[in-house]
Design a protein around this ligand. Structure first.
Ligand SMILES: O=C(O)C1=C[C@@H](OP(=O)(O)O)[C@@H](O)[C@H](O)C1
Ligand SMILES: C=C(OP(=O)(O)O)C(=O)O
Length: 416
């Protein structure tokens, strides 16, 4: 199936964003480790959180985690300290997303995990047992989700846990988010050096918890504001917090360089409120940015900057090739269809010098089972006539009501 997307003339709408899947999936693990208490409120209704809710509720012998990276990594650590024997598997892509760093770390701590097929990749067969914990060196340059997964079981280990992260630490705000939430759930976990984290053997406490909405999802509305470019347009997004611990809240600063102004209805830090976006019409002529702390925003800015005719150099993208698809290749290929020649360097940088090629008429954007391909390309419809998105339902991984929200905002979406 494809969606043909026609934009509205004006963008004036209020959007209730989905809840953050990163916060939802952390809250679910911590809630499960407390053993009781009320379920966190405002959990995301996205696929990646639904698989986690079902896995924790039913604990079947074989857990199919589908395409959810966080759920795969967090559940692996959780199952390692939970009685019972489980196989955890996922989609074809998930069975090719590396997990050896986490499995090695858990095994070094005493966990009983075997590979069900290829060494280093899911499926995993995990027998829960008592792990005493201790100190461990672990690469911090592959996926922060391995670190978060280990940290979250730290309070349950007899000797607590000290992680020494080696290599260039990537996606650091996600580790900080984990530590912050662990503190909210009563754990004692903190950075004790710039590369070392210590978790005390101090159990979680039950906590009533409400999930903040998703700043990564907000990025697509920022992109639409930048694309439509009229001073009379405005988009309001609900449930976001000034001073959010979500790393992707940095989107507001990066988009300020592209002219988008952000204002909070309630300026008290830490209170979820409505955020209003307006376009000032002022924009930098070139953008350089290091996305090592916010890799999920890369697609938003690659698509947006090129179509706004802002040459760019984006670094820190080394993790993009092991996400839902190889995002470096997917971006280069699909942007070429639109007439933009994006180049990569060393597997960690994407840049655009302004070079153009002949665009395809009525282009069909492939989404490669990657929600962010659909989410980031759809806003380009403001500038690209006849834009179609292939397999548009991929958005359910993080933002199930995206297309409904676009329709609400006045987009016409026809199905083919
Ligand atoms: O911990 C998390 O919630 C996430 C961490 C990031 O992954 P990496 O640490 O693999 O970059 C991010 O890309 C992902 O969408 C969510
Ligand atoms: C990379 C992502 O998700 P995950 O790694 O959790 O599958 C994402 O949502 O962009």
């Amino acid at each position: 199936m494809q969606y043909l997307i026609k934009p509205p003339r004006l963008l004036n709408t209020v959007i209730n964003l989905p809840a953050s899947k990163s916060i939802s999936n952390r809250a679910l693990i911590m809630h499960a480790l407390t053993g009781n208490g009320t379920l966190p409120q405002n959990l995301s209704d996205c696929d990646d959180t639904e698989v986690m809710i079902n896995a924790l509720k039913h604990m079947p012998e074989t857990i199919d985690i589908k395409a959810a990276g966080t759920a795969m990594r967090f559940m692996t650590a959780y199952l390692a300290v939970t009685p019972g024997c489980h196989t955890i598997t996922g989609t074809e892509r998930m069975r090719h997303r590396p997990i050896a760093v986490l499995v090695d770390a858990l095994r070094n701590l005493g966990a009983d995990i075997t590979y069900g097929a290829e060494e280093g990749f899911p499926p995993l067969i995990i027998k829960g047992c008592n792990i005493s914990g201790g100190r461990l060196d672990i690469p911090g340059n592959v996926s922060s989700q391995y670190i978060s997964a280990l940290l979250m079981i730290g309070p349950m280990l007899k000797n607590g846990l000290t992680l020494h992260l080696t290599g260039n630490i990537i996606s650091r705000p996600y580790i900080d988010l984990t530590l912050h939430m662990m503190g909210e759930f009563g754990a004692d976990a903190e950075w004790t050096d710039f590369d070392t984290i210590t978790v005390k053997a101090q159990p979680y406490k039950t906590k009533e918890y409400t999930i903040e909405n998703d700043w990564s999802a907000a990025s697509y509305w920022y992109e639409m504001m930048a694309m439509c470019g009229s001073l009379n347009d405005s988009v309001s997004l609900t449930g976001l917090t000034d001073g959010s611990k979500q790393g992707d809240s940095s989107v507001r600063y990066i988009f300020s360089l592209l002219g988008i102004k952000t204002s909070f209805a309630d300026s008290r830090q830490g209170t979820p409120t409505t955020v209003t976006l307006r376009n000032s019409g002022r924009c930098v002529s070139r953008l350089e940015y290091d996305f090592v702390s916010s890799p999920d925003l890369a697609q938003t800015f690659v698509t947006c900057c090129a179509v706004m005719n802002v040459p760019f150099k984006f670094t820190g993208l080394q993790t993009l090739k092991i996400k839902e698809t190889d995002r470096i290749e997917a971006l280069k290929k699909e942007m070429r269809k639109l007439g933009y020649v994006i180049k990569d360097e060393g597997g960690h940088t994407l840049y655009w010098t302004g070079e153009r090629c002949v665009p395809i008429q009525n282009p069909i954007i492939e989404t490669y089972d990657d929600h962010r391909m659909a989410l980031a390309f759809a806003p380009l419809a403001f500038r690209i006539k006849g834009l179609r998105i292939d397999n548009p339902m991929v958005v359910t991984k993080s933002y199930p009501h995206y297309w409904e929200d676009l329709r609400k905002a006045g987009f016409e979406i026809d199905e083919y």
